[in-house]
Design a protein around this ligand. Structure first.
Ligand code: PLP
Length: 446
């Protein structure tokens, strides 16, 4: 296979083989999946994906922010192959194995906060959130939870009760967990309180003490506040550091646990191990998944050791912390530490420098935001009214695909860029040139 660094399209899209697979998919696969465009993947390397017809794409979606080290990084592949030949499964629920301890030590060492920590392994992000909900309730013996509008925490019944990203994700599945209070997220571009960031006094963080504790839920009944430090599915919206710090202060004052859901923003994507580090946050529980094992199914929660005191049998998972996944996680960790986090910072800075004047240059670009390689570009019909433009966003995403660039939407009206952390400056420039010309074309048709 010739390895390319930039897209190379051989057929019309979708090509003939892709069409065949899509037809079969339509007959047999659950219709609940959302597919933005007809990519039928067959191979991947670095930031590139080849489809079944031999078309090569530049991947700025990374399997939804998962393949942190790129597709099939040789060191990850080697670690997986070696481990698969030695021990595929044992179940940490009932037996010991070295991989569980070794990776937990590494992970705990890079999570914010001094002092001893403990790790619980899962297979996915939603299971990490479920584990955090159970641990928070168990450790505090309180039952209520606070979450934020626009945040996505997963689709199983507990995490879904916190998720407030799109109503289709909840519709028809109730009743969900009782006792969950949702607050507006600090989405500064569309401030829920109609204030301006320079003068708002982080109104959105004071609402807990000012309103919620007095009128809705006694703080002594609240087990935890769940927050994405940078909202992912909700539109790549970073929470301002002052907001996160105020939230931490309020939580600590009332003995409420602060849970940072870094399933999407963690593992180096923002140019540091965790997005909450940018705000100096030390969450009581950190939820991790997606990028942790470069595509092998693994998740984890890391908590202060004194919180994780549940007894044997209280919580467990047959597959969670599978040795092959942990081998991939070890290789991923070494690559991130060995330069990829630094690369995310460097390439991310370059991307944001280029994007800075897009709102001036493009009348449908309302906002540009994010950190590192977690980049959100919000499209609007009108910069003054900020009317969301989901159909323009879909048009931009679809056009980018036809030019060989894989991107995804996020939130109502934003484009997200979340390339693998191996992406280089040439690929970033290509992606931005392509995206900008797609935006310009869509703009011209208005
Ligand atoms: C912040 C966040 N939490 C949790 C999840 C759920 O993860 P999973 O799809 O692995 O269950 C996601 C997935 O997009 C996410 O972005």
């Amino acid at each position: 296979m010739t390895e390319r660094k930039l897209p190379h399209l051989k057929t019309d899209l979708p090509g003939p083989k892709a069409r065949q697979i899509m037809q079969l998919d339509e007959q047999i696969i659950s219709p609940s999946y959302t597919r933005a465009y007809p990519l039928v993947a067959s191979k991947g390397y670095g930031a590139m994906v080849e489809d079944v017809d031999g078309n090569v794409f530049l991947d700025f979606a990374a399997g939804i922010a998962v393949v942190a080290t790129g597709h099939c990084h040789p060191q990850v592949v080697q670690a997986v192959q070696k481990q698969a030949a030695e021990l595929i499964h044992m179940s940490g629920t009932d037996f010991y194995y070295t991989h569980m301890v070794e990776f937990a030590q590494k992970l705990a060492a890079v999570t914010p906060g001094e002092g001893p920590k403990r790790v619980f392994y899962t297979n996915s992000g939603t299971e990490a959130v479920e584990a955090a909900i159970k641990l928070a309730r168990y450790a505090t013996r309180r039952d209520k939870l606070v979450a934020f509008l626009g945040c996505f925490h997963g689709r199983t019944m507990g995490s879904l009760s916190l998720t407030a990203s799109k109503s289709v994700q909840r519709k028809g599945f109730g009743p969900l967990l009782p006792g969950v209070v949702h607050l507006p997220y600090p989405y500064c571009y569309r401030c829920p309180y109609n204030l301006r960031p320079e003068t708002c006094g982080t109104e959105c963080a004071t609402v807990l003490e000012r309103e919620i504790f007095k009128k809705l839920a006694d703080p002594e009944d609240i087990a935890a506040v769940f927050i994405e430090p940078i909202q992912g599915e909700g539109g790549y919206v970073p929470a301002p550091p002052e907001f996160l710090q105020e939230l931490q202060r309020v939580c600590r004052k009332h003995g409420i646990l602060l849970v940072a859901d870094e399933v999407q923003s963690g593992m180096g994507r923002t140019g540091r191990w965790w997005a909450c580090e940018h705000a100096g946050l030390e969450p009581d529980i950190l939820c991790v998944a997606k990028g942790i094992a470069s595509g092998m199914p693994l998740g984890a929660i890391v908590a202060r050791a004194e919180l994780m005191r549940w007894p044997p049998g209280a919580h467990a998972s047959t597959f969670g912390g599978n040795p092959v996944c942990l081998a991939a996680a070890q290789a991923t960790f070494a690559l991130l530490e060995g330069g990829l986090i630094e690369n995310a910072r460097r390439v991310g800075a370059h991307i944001f420098a280029r994007l800075a004047d897009w709102p001036q240059r493009h009348r449908i670009v309302g906002d540009v935001r994010g950190r590192g390689l977690m980049v959100g570009i919000e499209l609007v019909r009108d910069q003054n009214t900020k009317e969301p433009a989901p159909e323009l966003r879909e048009a931009v995403v679809a056009r980018a695909f036809l030019r060989g660039l894989l991107i995804l939407g996020a939130g109502e009206s934003s484009v997200r860029l979340c390339p693998p952390l191996v992406v280089d400056l040439e690929q970033a420039d290509f992606a931005l040139d392509t995206l900008e010309s797609c935006i310009a074309e869509v703009e011209q048709q208005l």
